[in-house]
Structures are given as C-alpha cells and as structure tokens.
Design a binder for this molecule. Sequence first.
Ligand SMILES: [Cu+2]
Length: 205
Amino acid sequence: LFLLAGAGLIVYFRYEKSRMERKRVTEATKGVGKPKVGGDFELVDQNGNKFTGEDMKGKYALVYFGFTHCPDICPEELDKMADMIDLVKEKNGNVMRPVFITCDPARDTPAVTKSYLQEFHPDLIGLTGTWEQIKAVCKLYRVYFSTPPNVKPGQDYLVDHSIYFYLMDPEGDFVEAIGRQHTAARAAEIISAHVNDWRGKLDRS
Ligand SMILES: [Cu+2]
C-alpha cells in the first residue's frame, strides 16, 4: 500500500509539473506586454466566403502557413496535421478549427486551395487573399513572407515559409507553436492538454 501511494504521488507530481509547465506557457504568451502573435485579419476561404479572425474564435484553432506548390514540406506537414485533427477529435470532440493559410496568394486561389486541401482532411479551412492581405496576416503571425509582388501568370518562383503549427485559444490568443520535431501523436497530446486546462467557453459542436 505504501509503495502504491508512493507511485501515486510520483504520478501526481509529474501531472502537476506538466500542468504548471503548460500554465507557464499559456501565461507567458497571454500576458500583457508580451510580443503578440495573431490578431484580426480578413481573408477568403476555399469556398469564396469572407473569413476573419473573429471566425476563428470559439474553438481552439490550429493555424498552418504553406502553399499548394510546395514540393515536400507542406504535404508532409499537412498529412501530420490530418492525423492531429483526428487524434484531437477522438479525445476531445469537435473542439478545433484547423486552418491553412497560403503564403502564395498569386497561385493559390480559393479553387486551387480547395482541391489541394481535399487530399488531406475535410475539416481543413483554406484561406487566401490579396498579396497585401496575406502579407499582413503573415506579419501578425511573425511568419516569413517571401512571395514577390506582381508575379506574372505562369512565372515560376520559390516561396519560403516558416514551418509551425500555431495553436490559438478560443478567444483568439496565441497558446504555443508546435514545431516539426513533434509527431502527430505528441502534438495531439499537447493540444488535448491545453483543451483540458481551458475553463472558458468552448464550442464542441
Ligand atoms: Cu511548404
């Protein structure tokens, strides 16, 4: 019994430690005076409807920046994102809005983005906009933006982009960035832990 209680305590302390760690992450990013990631934007979704920063709230949002012509990284990361969506849903219900934002607005029209995302997951929301709108949203998320302005149709060019999943809480505040080093399973654990800590309103429908 004593041993069991000891083991229980260790498990409890580990749990508390990781919970405090998450609290630290959340507070560091939500606190006043900290560099802000995210904020309001206006874009258009893959069906041609207006989509703003307000539309992202209510659920947790997982935001990924990429482009449909990306040869290897985006397909890999979007496969991973699809697994993350399923794992988080399995554990918590429909609490997350997965969002893909293109860094290549000249080529990624709503129609192009729509057919591209269909290969990965039906829940994915794909956003595009004008060059200025995309430049602005990249700036909000501190994403490196390299698409040249005024590209000619058919012109080939490279698009460089940051590779992070930005987790945003239901109030639209940045929680943490999930990098390439995390597997889908680990990323889903991190997201689920934040969901469990959340005490505010959360749309699970
Ligand atoms: Cu990419």
